[in-house]
Design a binder for this molecule. Structure first.
Ligand SMILES: NC(=O)c1ccc[n+]([C@@H]2O[C@H](COP(=O)([O-])OP(=O)(O)OC[C@H]3O[C@@H](n4cnc5c(N)ncnc54)[C@H](O)[C@@H]3O)[C@@H](O)[C@H]2O)c1
Length: 319
């Protein structure tokens, strides 16, 4: 199989590309930045905000496109809403390739499309545009609608995966500023952490579970062995972990007492989310294996291996 991955230098793209290469598939990566983690992932440097008539020839034919390229920081989109518009444009240009070549697409959407829900776990049909809490969420909703329109108008098959707080190897503070890397960086060095929202609870998804789900989706979409096309599917672990619990897991793995302050929840952030995985289990046979209590210590272990022992100069290769 030849798999085209946009965002191939990112957290999910890197692990997905390596997994597919290990399984003997061909990977064609596209990203605006070189891959900072490994030289094994082939990456064509390209800014997908730009329309490009030569794109079809440059990418060649693929069995499927896994579209992961995006500006993925939610809070940053609140400060710079134009970032969200960029995400919509990037998706439009990726879909144009799929339309021209008839290639199926798998799209990396987000739990942010659900906004704030009163009850958890949250099933896929709970999405409501009225709940959009940030420009990032609004762009994810718009992207999902555009993908559905391309299926109706141009017969482009698709799966939409709604990820939730994916964490693990190949993420870094400098690049994404996400919560688990922040904990892994600060807590062992005795630096204070502020948690914005005491009860904030998320469904933390270890990278290997997320990749298992995407690979199952690729197999089923490409082989057409099951009618997965046209579905939005949650990929999570299916359990809620508070941010405080996540911080304590890192502190335990690092063997230190954390310095934690609790602040107010920030504009555009969701207070509680747990994925309903019924659809992922039924349609894909998805069976996540890493609760936060298992995955977060692994994420910390990778962090230490990548950055070296505490006190050593930082081996931070992030772009
Ligand atoms: N990681 C998560 O917890 C999570 C949760 C929900 C949704 N998602 C979505 O999944 C997808 C992948 O997430 P990730 O965690 O790997 O993000 P990431 O930030 O690690 O990777 C995204 C990649 O897209 C690239 N990119 C950004 N703008 C580009 C452009 N104009 N042209 C080409 N490449 C561009 C970046 O350079 C980066 O390598 C994103 O769409 C994200 O919104 C991720």
């Amino acid at each position: 199989m030849r798999v085209i991955i946009t965002g191939a230098s990112g957290l999910i793209g890197t692990s997905l590309a390596l997994r597919l290469l290990d399984e003997g598939h061909e990977v064609f990566g596209v990203d605006k930045s070189p891959n900072p983690w490994t030289e094994r992932v082939p990456v064509r440097l390209e800014d997908l905000r730009q329309a490009d008539e030569a794109r079809v020839a440059a990418w060649g034919r693929g069995d499927v496109v896994v579209h992961l390229a995006a500006r993925a920081k939610v809070h940053e989109s609140v400060e710079h809403p134009a970032n969200a518009l960029d995400n919509y444009t990037i998706t439009h240009h990726t879909l144009e390739y799929c339309r021209a070549t008839g290639t199926p697409v798998i799209y990396g959407s987000s739990r942010e499309t659900y906004g704030e829900q009163q009850t958890v776990p949250v099933p896929e049909d709970a999405v409501r545009i009225e709940e959009a809490a940030s420009p990032y969420a609004a762009a994810k909703l718009a992207d999902e609608a555009l993908i559905r329109a391309y299926e109706r108008c141009y017969s482009v098959p698709f799966i939409i995966f709604r990820f939730s707080n994916v964490y693990g190897r190949y993420d870094d503070l400098a690049r994404n500023g996400r919560f688990v890397p922040l904990l892994c960086d600060r807590i062992p060095r005795g630096e204070p952490i502020t948690i914005f929202g005491r009860d904030k609870t998320y469904d933390f998804t270890y990278i290997d579970d997320a990749i298992d789900g995407v690979v199952l989706g690729i197999q089923k979409l490409v082989s057409q062995t099951a009618s997965v096309s046209g579905h939005a599917i949650n990929l999570g672990y299916g359990e809620g972990t508070t941010l405080l619990e996540a911080a304590l897991l890192v502190a335990q793995a690092a063997g230190v007492e954390p310095k934690i302050t609790i602040g107010e929840k920030r504009t555009g952030e969701i207070g509680k989310y747990v994925a309903d995985l019924t659809k992922a289990r039924t349609l894909l046979g998805y069976a996540p294996k890493f609760p936060a209590s298992r995955g977060i210590p692994l994420a910390y272990q990778w962090w230490r291996e990548w950055h070296g022992p505490l006190g050593a100069p930082k081996a931070d290769a992030a772009a």
